[in-house]
Design a protein around this ligand. Structure first.
Ligand code: ZN
Length: 276
Protein backbone atom coordinates (compact mmCIF):
# COMPACT_ATOMS: atom_id res chain seq x y z
CA UNK A 1 0.00 0.00 0.00
CA UNK A 2 2.80 2.39 0.96
CA UNK A 3 4.72 1.49 -2.18
CA UNK A 4 1.73 2.08 -4.47
CA UNK A 5 1.05 5.34 -2.65
CA UNK A 6 4.55 6.58 -3.45
CA UNK A 7 4.20 5.61 -7.09
CA UNK A 8 0.88 7.39 -7.22
CA UNK A 9 2.52 10.56 -5.88
CA UNK A 10 5.31 10.18 -8.47
CA UNK A 11 2.77 9.84 -11.29
CA UNK A 12 0.85 12.91 -10.16
CA UNK A 13 4.07 14.88 -9.77
CA UNK A 14 5.14 13.95 -13.32
CA UNK A 15 1.74 14.94 -14.75
CA UNK A 16 1.90 18.26 -12.90
CA UNK A 17 5.33 19.03 -14.36
CA UNK A 18 4.02 18.14 -17.82
CA UNK A 19 1.05 20.48 -17.34
CA UNK A 20 3.32 23.27 -16.13
CA UNK A 21 5.47 23.17 -19.28
CA UNK A 22 2.40 23.14 -21.48
CA UNK A 23 1.01 26.22 -19.71
CA UNK A 24 4.38 27.89 -20.22
CA UNK A 25 4.27 26.96 -23.91
CA UNK A 26 0.77 28.38 -24.22
CA UNK A 27 1.70 31.73 -22.68
CA UNK A 28 5.30 32.25 -23.81
CA UNK A 29 4.69 30.97 -27.34
CA UNK A 30 1.14 32.41 -27.41
CA UNK A 31 -0.28 29.25 -28.95
CA UNK A 32 -4.00 28.66 -28.50
CA UNK A 33 -3.78 24.94 -29.14
CA UNK A 34 -1.02 24.47 -26.56
CA UNK A 35 -3.07 26.55 -24.11
CA UNK A 36 -6.16 24.35 -24.58
CA UNK A 37 -4.06 21.22 -24.27
CA UNK A 38 -2.43 22.58 -21.09
CA UNK A 39 -5.80 23.22 -19.42
CA UNK A 40 -7.13 19.76 -20.24
CA UNK A 41 -3.89 18.24 -18.93
CA UNK A 42 -4.27 20.01 -15.61
CA UNK A 43 -7.93 18.97 -15.40
CA UNK A 44 -6.82 15.41 -16.17
CA UNK A 45 -4.24 15.43 -13.37
CA UNK A 46 -6.75 16.74 -10.82
CA UNK A 47 -9.33 14.21 -12.00
CA UNK A 48 -6.89 11.38 -11.37
CA UNK A 49 -6.21 12.55 -7.81
CA UNK A 50 -9.95 12.74 -7.11
CA UNK A 51 -10.63 9.39 -8.79
CA UNK A 52 -8.01 7.70 -6.67
CA UNK A 53 -9.49 9.18 -3.50
CA UNK A 54 -13.03 8.05 -4.29
CA UNK A 55 -11.87 4.65 -5.45
CA UNK A 56 -10.36 4.09 -2.00
CA UNK A 57 -13.51 5.30 -0.23
CA UNK A 58 -15.62 2.94 -2.35
CA UNK A 59 -13.67 -0.03 -1.00
CA UNK A 60 -14.69 0.63 2.61
CA UNK A 61 -17.06 -1.91 4.19
CA UNK A 62 -20.70 -1.06 5.01
CA UNK A 63 -21.25 1.16 8.05
CA UNK A 64 -24.00 3.06 9.91
CA UNK A 65 -24.60 5.56 7.08
CA UNK A 66 -24.10 3.17 4.15
CA UNK A 67 -25.80 -0.16 4.75
CA UNK A 68 -25.18 -1.43 1.22
CA UNK A 69 -21.49 -0.51 1.22
CA UNK A 70 -19.72 2.46 -0.33
CA UNK A 71 -19.45 1.12 -3.90
CA UNK A 72 -21.20 4.04 -5.55
CA UNK A 73 -18.72 6.47 -4.01
CA UNK A 74 -16.57 5.57 -7.01
CA UNK A 75 -18.83 7.94 -8.96
CA UNK A 76 -16.94 10.81 -7.33
CA UNK A 77 -14.39 10.12 -10.10
CA UNK A 78 -16.48 10.61 -13.26
CA UNK A 79 -18.58 13.34 -11.61
CA UNK A 80 -15.50 15.39 -10.80
CA UNK A 81 -14.14 14.75 -14.31
CA UNK A 82 -17.37 16.19 -15.63
CA UNK A 83 -17.06 19.17 -13.32
CA UNK A 84 -13.39 19.89 -14.05
CA UNK A 85 -13.73 19.48 -17.84
CA UNK A 86 -16.83 21.68 -17.91
CA UNK A 87 -14.99 24.37 -15.99
CA UNK A 88 -12.03 24.17 -18.37
CA UNK A 89 -14.37 24.17 -21.39
CA UNK A 90 -15.87 27.45 -20.12
CA UNK A 91 -12.46 29.12 -19.92
CA UNK A 92 -11.53 27.84 -23.38
CA UNK A 93 -14.73 29.03 -25.05
CA UNK A 94 -14.27 32.55 -23.66
CA UNK A 95 -10.60 32.62 -24.62
CA UNK A 96 -11.17 31.41 -28.19
CA UNK A 97 -14.09 33.81 -28.61
CA UNK A 98 -11.92 36.76 -27.60
CA UNK A 99 -9.16 35.73 -30.01
CA UNK A 100 -11.49 35.04 -32.92
CA UNK A 101 -10.65 37.21 -35.95
CA UNK A 102 -7.55 38.72 -34.33
CA UNK A 103 -4.30 37.51 -35.96
CA UNK A 104 -1.57 36.42 -33.55
CA UNK A 105 1.96 35.07 -33.86
CA UNK A 106 2.83 31.64 -32.58
CA UNK A 107 6.38 31.50 -31.19
CA UNK A 108 8.58 28.50 -31.84
CA UNK A 109 8.84 28.13 -28.04
CA UNK A 110 5.21 26.93 -27.94
CA UNK A 111 5.80 23.55 -29.62
CA UNK A 112 9.20 23.23 -27.90
CA UNK A 113 7.71 23.63 -24.41
CA UNK A 114 4.87 21.32 -25.40
CA UNK A 115 7.48 18.72 -26.36
CA UNK A 116 9.25 19.10 -23.01
CA UNK A 117 5.87 18.82 -21.28
CA UNK A 118 5.12 15.56 -23.08
CA UNK A 119 8.13 13.73 -21.66
CA UNK A 120 6.92 13.48 -18.02
CA UNK A 121 3.59 12.03 -19.24
CA UNK A 122 5.30 9.29 -21.16
CA UNK A 123 7.34 8.51 -18.06
CA UNK A 124 4.19 8.47 -15.89
CA UNK A 125 2.43 6.07 -18.26
CA UNK A 126 5.43 3.78 -18.42
CA UNK A 127 5.47 3.74 -14.61
CA UNK A 128 1.73 3.03 -14.41
CA UNK A 129 1.99 0.22 -16.98
CA UNK A 130 4.90 -1.29 -15.09
CA UNK A 131 2.94 -1.39 -11.81
CA UNK A 132 -0.35 -2.50 -13.39
CA UNK A 133 -3.44 -3.07 -11.22
CA UNK A 134 -5.53 0.07 -10.69
CA UNK A 135 -2.75 2.06 -12.32
CA UNK A 136 -3.43 0.50 -15.70
CA UNK A 137 -6.65 2.51 -15.62
CA UNK A 138 -4.54 5.66 -15.35
CA UNK A 139 -2.38 4.49 -18.25
CA UNK A 140 -5.43 4.06 -20.48
CA UNK A 141 -6.92 7.35 -19.33
CA UNK A 142 -3.71 9.24 -20.10
CA UNK A 143 -2.77 7.67 -23.45
CA UNK A 144 -5.48 9.93 -24.88
CA UNK A 145 -3.67 12.89 -23.34
CA UNK A 146 -0.47 11.82 -25.12
CA UNK A 147 -2.20 11.60 -28.51
CA UNK A 148 -3.69 15.03 -27.82
CA UNK A 149 -0.26 16.41 -26.92
CA UNK A 150 1.36 15.10 -30.08
CA UNK A 151 -1.39 16.59 -32.23
CA UNK A 152 -0.94 19.87 -30.40
CA UNK A 153 2.82 19.89 -30.99
CA UNK A 154 2.34 19.29 -34.72
CA UNK A 155 -0.33 21.97 -34.99
CA UNK A 156 1.68 24.52 -32.97
CA UNK A 157 4.74 23.88 -35.13
CA UNK A 158 2.71 24.48 -38.27
CA UNK A 159 1.20 27.54 -36.57
CA UNK A 160 4.66 28.97 -35.88
CA UNK A 161 6.18 28.15 -39.28
CA UNK A 162 3.25 28.53 -41.71
CA UNK A 163 0.17 30.32 -40.41
CA UNK A 164 -1.35 31.03 -36.99
CA UNK A 165 -4.74 29.85 -38.27
CA UNK A 166 -3.53 26.25 -38.20
CA UNK A 167 -2.87 26.69 -34.49
CA UNK A 168 -6.30 28.26 -33.99
CA UNK A 169 -8.05 25.47 -35.90
CA UNK A 170 -6.16 22.96 -33.75
CA UNK A 171 -7.42 24.68 -30.61
CA UNK A 172 -11.00 24.41 -31.87
CA UNK A 173 -10.53 20.72 -32.73
CA UNK A 174 -9.17 20.03 -29.24
CA UNK A 175 -12.16 21.82 -27.70
CA UNK A 176 -14.53 19.65 -29.71
CA UNK A 177 -12.71 16.61 -28.42
CA UNK A 178 -13.18 17.92 -24.89
CA UNK A 179 -16.93 17.94 -25.50
CA UNK A 180 -16.76 14.29 -26.55
CA UNK A 181 -14.96 13.48 -23.29
CA UNK A 182 -17.65 15.32 -21.35
CA UNK A 183 -20.37 13.30 -23.04
CA UNK A 184 -18.53 10.06 -22.30
CA UNK A 185 -18.19 10.95 -18.63
CA UNK A 186 -21.88 11.83 -18.45
CA UNK A 187 -22.90 8.51 -20.05
CA UNK A 188 -20.69 6.61 -17.63
CA UNK A 189 -22.41 8.26 -14.66
CA UNK A 190 -25.89 7.73 -16.08
CA UNK A 191 -25.21 4.06 -16.82
CA UNK A 192 -23.97 3.60 -13.27
CA UNK A 193 -26.90 5.18 -11.48
CA UNK A 194 -29.61 3.83 -13.77
CA UNK A 195 -29.65 0.37 -12.09
CA UNK A 196 -29.36 -1.43 -15.41
CA UNK A 197 -30.22 -5.14 -15.19
CA UNK A 198 -27.20 -7.37 -15.98
CA UNK A 199 -28.69 -9.88 -18.48
CA UNK A 200 -25.87 -12.39 -18.29
CA UNK A 201 -26.02 -12.53 -14.47
CA UNK A 202 -29.79 -13.02 -14.60
CA UNK A 203 -29.38 -15.95 -17.00
CA UNK A 204 -26.79 -17.55 -14.72
CA UNK A 205 -28.97 -16.97 -11.68
CA UNK A 206 -31.92 -18.65 -13.38
CA UNK A 207 -29.83 -21.68 -14.26
CA UNK A 208 -28.55 -21.98 -10.67
CA UNK A 209 -32.15 -21.88 -9.40
CA UNK A 210 -33.19 -24.43 -12.03
CA UNK A 211 -30.50 -26.73 -10.67
CA UNK A 212 -32.59 -26.88 -7.50
CA UNK A 213 -35.84 -27.25 -9.40
CA UNK A 214 -36.88 -23.72 -8.51
CA UNK A 215 -38.17 -21.02 -10.83
CA UNK A 216 -38.24 -17.41 -9.76
CA UNK A 217 -41.53 -15.57 -9.87
CA UNK A 218 -39.81 -12.21 -9.89
CA UNK A 219 -36.17 -11.19 -10.28
CA UNK A 220 -34.74 -7.75 -9.52
CA UNK A 221 -30.99 -7.29 -9.87
CA UNK A 222 -28.83 -4.26 -10.41
CA UNK A 223 -25.15 -3.77 -10.95
CA UNK A 224 -23.60 -2.03 -7.95
CA UNK A 225 -19.93 -2.07 -8.89
CA UNK A 226 -17.80 -3.40 -11.72
CA UNK A 227 -18.32 -6.99 -10.62
CA UNK A 228 -20.89 -6.82 -7.82
CA UNK A 229 -24.67 -7.16 -7.96
CA UNK A 230 -27.47 -6.71 -5.47
CA UNK A 231 -31.13 -7.55 -5.67
CA UNK A 232 -34.08 -9.56 -4.49
CA UNK A 233 -36.04 -12.45 -5.93
CA UNK A 234 -39.32 -14.18 -5.15
CA UNK A 235 -39.43 -17.97 -5.40
CA UNK A 236 -42.21 -20.50 -4.94
CA UNK A 237 -41.73 -23.48 -2.63
CA UNK A 238 -44.02 -26.48 -1.99
CA UNK A 239 -46.68 -25.49 0.60
CA UNK A 240 -45.93 -28.43 2.89
CA UNK A 241 -42.20 -27.69 3.32
CA UNK A 242 -41.24 -26.87 6.92
CA UNK A 243 -40.01 -23.38 7.78
CA UNK A 244 -36.74 -24.86 8.89
CA UNK A 245 -36.22 -26.70 5.58
CA UNK A 246 -37.21 -23.65 3.56
CA UNK A 247 -34.84 -21.50 5.50
CA UNK A 248 -31.99 -23.97 4.94
CA UNK A 249 -32.64 -24.04 1.22
CA UNK A 250 -32.82 -20.24 0.94
CA UNK A 251 -29.61 -19.84 2.91
CA UNK A 252 -27.89 -22.29 0.61
CA UNK A 253 -29.18 -20.48 -2.51
CA UNK A 254 -28.11 -17.08 -1.22
CA UNK A 255 -24.64 -18.40 -0.51
CA UNK A 256 -24.37 -20.02 -3.97
CA UNK A 257 -25.38 -16.80 -5.68
CA UNK A 258 -22.87 -14.84 -3.65
CA UNK A 259 -20.04 -17.27 -4.36
CA UNK A 260 -20.69 -17.89 -8.03
CA UNK A 261 -22.06 -14.56 -9.28
CA UNK A 262 -20.90 -12.15 -6.57
CA UNK A 263 -24.58 -11.25 -6.25
CA UNK A 264 -26.02 -10.26 -2.87
CA UNK A 265 -29.59 -11.48 -3.23
CA UNK A 266 -32.42 -11.45 -0.71
CA UNK A 267 -34.86 -14.29 -1.36
CA UNK A 268 -38.54 -14.12 -0.49
CA UNK A 269 -40.58 -17.33 -0.54
CA UNK A 270 -44.19 -18.02 -1.34
CA UNK A 271 -46.15 -21.30 -1.19
CA UNK A 272 -46.63 -22.77 -4.67
CA UNK A 273 -50.40 -22.95 -4.29
CA UNK A 274 -50.84 -19.24 -3.53
CA UNK A 275 -53.16 -17.48 -5.94
CA UNK A 276 -51.79 -14.58 -8.00
ZN1 ZN B 1 -20.45 5.34 5.33
Amino acid sequence: MLKSWRIFIAIIFLSAIGGFFKILGGFVGSSKSVFVDALTSIANTLAIVIMYKFFNISMEPPDEDHHYGHHKMVLGGPISTLMLYSFVAGIIVIDLYETFGKPYTVGILAPIFACIGLAPYILAIALARYIGGTFSYYARFTVIEIIESMTTIAVAFAGALINYLIDFAGAIALSCYLLIELTKSFREILEYISDAAPKEVIRNLESILNGYGITAKRIRIRRIAENLYQGDIVVKLPPNISIEKAHQLIDLLEKKLKDRLNAEITIHTEPESEKE
